[in-house]
Write a protein that binds this ligand. Structure first.
Ligand code: SF4
Length: 303
């Protein structure tokens, strides 16, 4: 990326009172241009506290919606409007209403990787790092967990006292990883520890030295005195290897662990978004936004 391009982005950001957020799965050159990086909920919380009038969310649609839910007064721009999330597409509000009707006493628990419309018909949201604690604290014993069957199964295995029913959704990227691929990576790097995201299947997670959110994987990798195989979307390993060239981080099947929706944004497209020539300004119906915010507020209460 040219210095000229970076300077133009910086200049336009100042002129337009804009802050750039980037999810950790974004390519390193976008991470490098961002003011704040992190997972989706950390970014939304940070955005709500920032003074800027305009937020550019380098990530996928549900992430930009989460920012808008928490910061309705700001203009929130999704630079690549086609960037969705394969998992979030696997459930719709009407699916949940029908599911709830079959389980009237259950608490409905939505992973943060859902649309605002889905959050609006659920009782509580969770992130991958808070899910275990929040589900354990719910007063209801019966839980409907959506949309990720892998994260939900990981929670259910740790909370046998809860009756957890899973929606059959999954992340098309993490779910693709197989046990054979994991065993091959471990055989190639026998001295390394393995960190994976709980969106991976149980047959993968069972071989890991730690399972956790992207932020937890990064902390684990940086604190480890052994090399670490990074079992989540390749953007995490891309950024770690670029930022810490002296440390040993290994990729786990980077071809499999590439989320195409996270790779739409280039520095040129980001400049066009800062210039107001590219991207979609996220709008949410106010009633829906307030309903969706209730499930996030409940998460903050219990988390
Ligand atoms: S990695 Fe999976 S969960 Fe994350 S944005 Fe891509 S499809 Fe969605």
């Amino acid at each position: 990326m040219s210095e000229h391009l970076r300077e133009r982005i910086e200049q336009r950001k100042k002129e337009t009172d804009t802050v750039i957020l980037a999810h950790t799965y974004q390519p390193p050159q976008i991470i490098d241009l961002a003011d704040i990086t992190g997972d989706s909920f950390a970014l939304a919380k940070a955005a709500a506290k920032l003074p800027h009038k305009r937020v550019i969310m380098c990530g996928v649609r549900f992430m930009a919606e989460s920012v808008k839910i928490l910061a309705p007064e700001k203009q929130v721009i999704l630079p690549a409007p086609d960037a969705g999330c394969g998992m979030a597409r696997m459930i719709k509000p009407e699916d949940i209403l029908a599911w709830k009707a079959q389980h009237p006493n259950a608490a409905v628990c939505a992973y943060i990787n859902t649309t605002a419309a889905v959050k609006a018909v659920c009782d509580v949201c969770v992130t991958s790092s808070s899910a275990l604690k929040i589900v354990s604290k719910l007063e209801q014993d019966e839980i409907l967990f959506l949309p990720d069957r892998n994260l939900g199964g990981w929670i259910a295995a740790q909370l046998p006292e809860k009756n957890i029913t899973l929606w059959n959704g999954y992340c098309p990227v993490h779910d693709e990883l197989t046990e054979a691929q994991v065993l091959a990576a471990k055989a190639e790097h026998p001295d390394a520890l393995l960190a994976v995201h709980p969106e991976c299947r149980e047959e993968v997670v069972r071989h890991a030295d730690m399972a956790g959110s992207t932020a937890e994987i990064i902390t684990f990798a940086l604190q480890s005195d052994k090399p670490v195989i990074i079992g989540t979307e390749r953007g995490v390993a891309d950024t770690l290897t670029q930022k810490y060239p002296d440390r040993a981080f290994y990729y786990l099947c980077p071809e499999t662990l590439t989320c195409p929706d996270m790779k739409y944004i280039s520095p040129e497209l980001l400049l066009a978004a800062v210039n107001g020539e590219q991207g979609e300004s996220i709008e949410l119906d106010e009633t829906l936004r307030l309903q969706a915010k209730k499930s996030i507020d409940r998460m903050l209460e219990l988390g």
